[in-house]
Ligand binder design. Structure first.
Ligand code: PLP
Length: 355
């Protein structure tokens, strides 16, 4: 007899990771192209001698450092095995089958998967014509059953960002018993002063008695630790406590914890790298516009090409030029901004696309 799995398993979508093609330039997963800093590698190597022991499940050192760095009490912080796992923990902590999650679409591919895995309902709210989050429609999509709303800022994969005023107005419209999760995976690449720092925004909301705002950040993107899996949430004490309740014990491993602390020690160097990516982002977008592509203004470490039905052909064309982008068939292509040479390889491919 075959094992009986849950009836809806076949219908669950699978997460499609960015492809790695040997010898090709990989601009498909929004990683930073530069390798880890020597100081971070040393910290990981030192910690490797103690991996016979379980990690500190409370990630005490990392949480203390984050608390100081952000000005947030440690009981309002929770770490996770990548912020994607924190997304899942938040849905697990707020929803069962009777409940719903609202999120923009297109947005982070993991939202629909996680929601379906937990078994909650989902409402996908289409983006605006300008490829940004439609906050009015999102607020309008909240029902009695809604327990959580994901607000991806900047949005993956379109790169668009919300201003503080827009976010404020949205939070004012959402009932205070519905959790608003501001996913800031790309925060360190934001250079528009009108785009809020989510943690500062959340602190102001908490101070005003609104406990329903939480912020997610990750060490995977700007801090260059995608392979180690660590992210964190800043939330009200009750939400942070709920996150710890559904935490799979020891899931943030010991190497990830020391690497995250070492990365905070080296933050100046890492942020300088981010500024270089931001400069390249402006150049890449300008070159694409000059070549006739539509490219929304991006506040993240990638650009979005809304190519619609031409997306699959564009993807094949880039692959033929040994550049791996992230294609969402029928919709568009997301291209990570890498180092100058990588971006040049992509731009050469893009300029020669005639599809
Ligand atoms: C990459 C990404 C994450 C999560 O990254 P982790 O590696 O799991 O920390 C979360 N949200 C968005 C929008 C992302 O693009």
């Amino acid at each position: 007899m075959t094992v009986r799995t849950r009836a809806d398993l076949g219908a669950l979508p699978s997460y499609v990771p960015g492809r790695s093609v040997p010898g090709a330039v990989k601009l498909a997963s929004n990683e930073v192209s530069a390798g880890p800093l020597p100081s971070v590698v040393r910290a990981i190597a030192d910690a490797a001698t103690a991996v016979n022991r379980y990690p500190d499940t409370a990630a005490t050192d990392l949480v203390a450092r984050l608390g100081d760095r952000l000005g947030v009490p440690t009981d309002q912080l929770a770490v996770g095995c990548g912020s994607v796992t924190l997304c899942q923990q938040l849905v697990q902590a707020t929803c069962t089958e009777a409940d719903e999650v609202v999120f923009p679409w297109r947005s982070f591919e993991a939202y629909p998967i996680i929601t379906a895995v937990v078994g909650a309902g989902q409402t996908r709210v289409p983006l605006t014509a300008g490829h940004g989050l439609d906050l009015d429609a999102m607020a309008g999509a909240v029902t009695d059953r809604t327990r959580l709303v994901f607000v991806c800022n900047p949005n993956n994969p379109t790169g668009t960002a919300l201003t503080a005023a827009e976010l404020e107005r949205f939070v004012d419209r959402v009932p205070t018993d519905v959790l608003v999760v501001v996913d800031e995976a790309y925060k360190e690449f934001v250079d528009d002063p009108d785009v809020p720092d989510g943690v500062e925004f959340a602190k102001a909301q908490w101070a005003a008695g609104r406990d329903n705002v939480a912020v997610l950040r990750t060490f995977s993107k700007a801090y260059g630790l995608a392979g180690l899996r660590v992210g964190y949430a800043a939330a009200s004490p009750a939400v942070a406590e709920a996150l710890r309740k559904v935490y799979v014990p020891f899931s943030v491993n010991a190497l990830a914890q020391v690497a995250a602390v070492a990365s905070l020690d080296a933050e100046d160097e890492l942020m300088a790298r981010c500024r270089a990516v931001v400069a390249e982002r402006g150049r890449v977008r300008a070159e694409l516009l000059a070549a006739g592509f539509e490219v929304p203004v991006s506040q993240a470490n990638f650009v979005w090409l809304p190519l619609g039905e031409r997306t699959a052909a564009f993807n094949e064309h880039c692959l033929a030029h040994k550049v791996v982008v992230r294609a969402f068939a029928g919709d568009g292509a997301r291209v990570t901004v890498g180092e100058v040479g990588e971006n040049e390889a992509f731009l050469a491919a893009a300029r020669s696309f005639t599809g």
